[in-house]
Design a protein around this ligand. Structure first.
Ligand SMILES: Cc1cc2nc3c(=O)[nH]c(=O)nc-3n(C[C@H](O)[C@H](O)[C@H](O)COP(=O)(O)O)c2cc1C
Length: 186
């Protein structure tokens, strides 16, 4: 794959009356793969098929994504993002993602996902389609991050106000379940 992408930006100039007078074409040339690999947020790109079980097929993930999930690139051939799902993944969030993408909208949400080790973490992500010439999406892109630490602070504060806060208790029970399972396995 050629890592050099040429971006052509059309710059429209306007005169005092607001009339468009000139169009300039600016060419940028940069190594987009290096940029993606250095982002702090995880990036996942899939093909444009939402239908399971084969789709959406993962076609690219960046370095931050591999660090976040513990997977190696070689393990992802033919896989879908469902490899991240497990017992506490919220079905309603997944349905909302599907609905948003089918409506050509941007999805933003979070749910429990699981690293390769089985450790749960709270995945927060944006997901949207990239369209080419055809009306069908060419790719789906997700910008993903682990917000477990941030959510831990938020939920601790909630427990200070109300020690029986159901959301907070359920949040910590997922983390505790993992900790005690790990202890049992040694
Ligand atoms: C680009 C992209 C990224 C996705 N990332 C995640 C993810 O990080 N975690 C997750 O649980 N589901 C993720 N999904 C959702 C699943 O791939 C799948 O679409 C979802 O489970 C709904 O399909 P289903 O009803 O067949 O399960 C992602 C989907 C797309 C298109």
């Amino acid at each position: 794959m050629n890592p050099v992408l040429r971006l052509t930006l059309r710059v429209a100039r306007k005169d005092e009356s607001g009339q468009e007078i000139k169009k300039n074409y600016m060419q940028l040339k940069f190594d987009w793969l290096i940029v993606l690999e250095n982002l702090r947020r995880g990036i996942m790109v899939t093909d444009g098929t939402l239908k399971g079980p084969a789709g959406p097929r993962i076609i690219y993930v960046n370095h931050a994504w591999l660090k976040l999930t513990g997977y190696g690139r070689e393990e992802l051939a033919g896989k879908t993002p469902r490899i991240l799902q497990g017992k506490h993944t919220d079905r309603a969030v997944l349905n909302s993602l599907k609905q948003k993408l089918l409506n050509r909208e941007v999805f933003h949400g979070q749910t429990w996902n699981y690293r390769k080790s089985g450790e749960p973490f709270l995945m927060n992500w944006y997901c949207y389609a990239i369209y080419g010439e055809r009306p069908k999406p060419t790719y789906y892109v997700a910008e993903q991050e682990d917000v477990t630490e941030l959510e831990t602070l938020r939920q601790k504060q909630k427990l200070l106000i109300n020690p029986n806060d159901a959301d907070a208790l359920s949040f910590f029970s997922v983390l505790d379940e993992w900790k005690s399972a790990r202890k049992k396995w040694g």
